[in-house]
Structures are given as structure tokens and as C-alpha cells.
Design a protein around this ligand. Sequence first.
Ligand SMILES: C[S@@+](CC[C@H](N)C(=O)[O-])C[C@H]1O[C@@H](n2cnc3c(N)ncnc32)[C@H](O)[C@@H]1O
Length: 327
Amino acid sequence: MNWEQLDWTALDRLREGFLTGAAAHGPYWQTPSDLASYDATYAERIGWKWDAVLRELASRQWRPPASARTVLDWGCGSGVAGRRVLQAFGAENFDALHLWDHSPLAREFAATRARETFPALTVSPFADAGQPIGLLVVSHVINELPPEALQTLLGLVARAQAVLWVEPGTHAASRQLIGVRETLTPAFDLIAPCPHQGPCGLLSPGNERHWCHFFAPPPMGVQNDSDWVRFGQRAGIDLRSLPYSYLVLEKKPAAAIPPAGAARILGRAEHFKGFARVLSCEAPGVEELELQKRADAELFKQLKKDASHPLYHWERTDRRITGATRV
Ligand SMILES: C[S@@+](CC[C@H](N)C(=O)[O-])C[C@H]1O[C@@H](n2cnc3c(N)ncnc32)[C@H](O)[C@@H]1O
């Protein structure tokens, strides 16, 4: 599909459903053209968030365990998440892609796109016969799920060897994901974004206003691309800002988890004249720390321009960062 063929009426209707919460009231895909227009726009933008997550996993040299031979994309929509994951880890390393969505149109569309992209891969709708699940992929679905559907999904999570789950970077979606995280730590190791395996520090009293989110960079040139600019304006989306929250889990014991003492900045560092403030997540908790520019000018600069969200090991005196190493 190209930009001239986009079904703007369908995109407007989808947007309305996402914004008002009507998307939670049952299947909303009406024609394959809805899905094609979504796939070229909203889903592509979701793909940029997946790219950021997958880059972070590559930088940590994490891969799904070799025994995870199948990918299940649950709530697949047009199937962007499953495709991004297969591209990142190599479709040749899996036996099959299974797709599930309560919309048959979505299952069909996602399967067709996946077969075009990975002709050698077996692609089929997911039929739950209680089988073990390899790599479970979930994307932008949590706020559409009534409690019983979330329980069904969590039942699949429990059977998965590894889980990659990306949601919008809103307070509500992040907080929902944190709720899920807390139920899973007995059985799973946390690979990302959490720098530790303990209880989520955002649940501590005083941290209610914060949430666990990050910002993905849009691809170069998008802000100057007239088609994307038009889409952004019509959809009411700031193309420069791609907030997301996520969870990557591997059944215990995972080969590699973040090292002791690791810290990750939530959201973005805030820069002021001569100092920066960050919300730092570490095993002892989530807290605001400050970095004086004069303490480490290089780090000060790095925090400003680095859109990735790496793990650090802070050198600090109380709430003052005095230096850092990437871990
Ligand atoms: C916002 S779309 C996201 C689609 C895709 N995962 C992505 O990231 O682009 C949410 C998808 O979840 C599906 N969905 C919503 N409730 C569901 C449920 N109870 N069971 C299965 N799929 C569901 C919708 O049909 C829709 O395709």
C-alpha cells in the first residue's frame, strides 16, 4: 500500500476507537483495507518502538533461548510485532509463526503479510491445545483487554519460554504492565527494562506519579516527510515523540540478567542550566538523582542526546551522580 491508497476514513475511525476506548468493545477491523492502512501508518510507528527494544536487547546480547522454536504474536492486528521480532532474531531460527487475534480478518491479514516476508516459514493461526509456547510477542493490546481476556493471555505467558511485550508509554499502560510484572517474577527472570529482579520500585509510596517509559527515536527524515507529517497531523500524533513501555522476560534461569548495581533512567533526563535531573531505577528503589555538569560534562552531554536507554553503574554521593560507566 502506498500513501495515495490510504483509507483515511478507516484510519479516522480506528483513531476514534483507540482514543475513546471503544476498541475494547470487540473486534473493530472491518475490511482488509483497514488493516493495510493501519499497517502502513500506526503499525509502522509501533514498529519503530519495537526497533528500539530490539536494539537494546542486541546491545545486551540477549536472544530468545535456542529451544524457543515458535513465535506467537497474540493480539497481532496487522502482525507488525511478530515480523519485527523475526527480522531481528532471524526467521531461520524458528520453525513457525503463530498468530492470534480475536478478529479473523486480522489473523488472515497478518498471516498473508508474514508469508510474503518470510516465504520459508510456517505461518498459521494459533490453535490452543495446551502446548508449550516458545517466544510470546504482545504489542499494544493491554488497554483493550477485559479481565477475562487478560487472564487468558497471562495463561499463555505462564507457558512461554520468553516474552517480549511492548505497550504505549502512558501512565496507565505502564502501570498495568507493572502489575503483570509483579505476578511473573517468581517464574521468570527480568531481562529488560528492569535493572534488577526485585519488586518494582515504582510501587513504593511517593512514586505514584511516575511510570516506567522510554522514548524511541523515529527513523531519520520522518519529520520532514510530507506524507508522515500529514498522517501525524491528522492522527494528532507528535512524530518526534514515541513513548513506550515494555517487558522482556525469560523463564528461569535465564542465561544473562542485568548485573548487580545496574541502573536505568526512566523517561528522559531533564536538563537545566548546569545540571540534569534523572529518575533512576535501581535495586534499592526508584529515585531522583542530579548530575552537575561540572561533575561529568561528557555524561551530561550523553544524557541529553542519547535516545537509547542503556544500563549504567552510577558513582554517586547521596543523590548526586559523580560519574557513570555503561554496563
Ligand atoms: C491496537 S491493536 C495492536 C495490534 C498489533 N499488536 C500492533 O502492535 O500493531 C490491538 C489488537 O488487539 C486485538 N485484540 C483486542 N482484544 C483482543 C482479545 N480479547 N483477544 C485477542 N485479540 C484482541 C485487536 O483486534 C487488535 O488487532
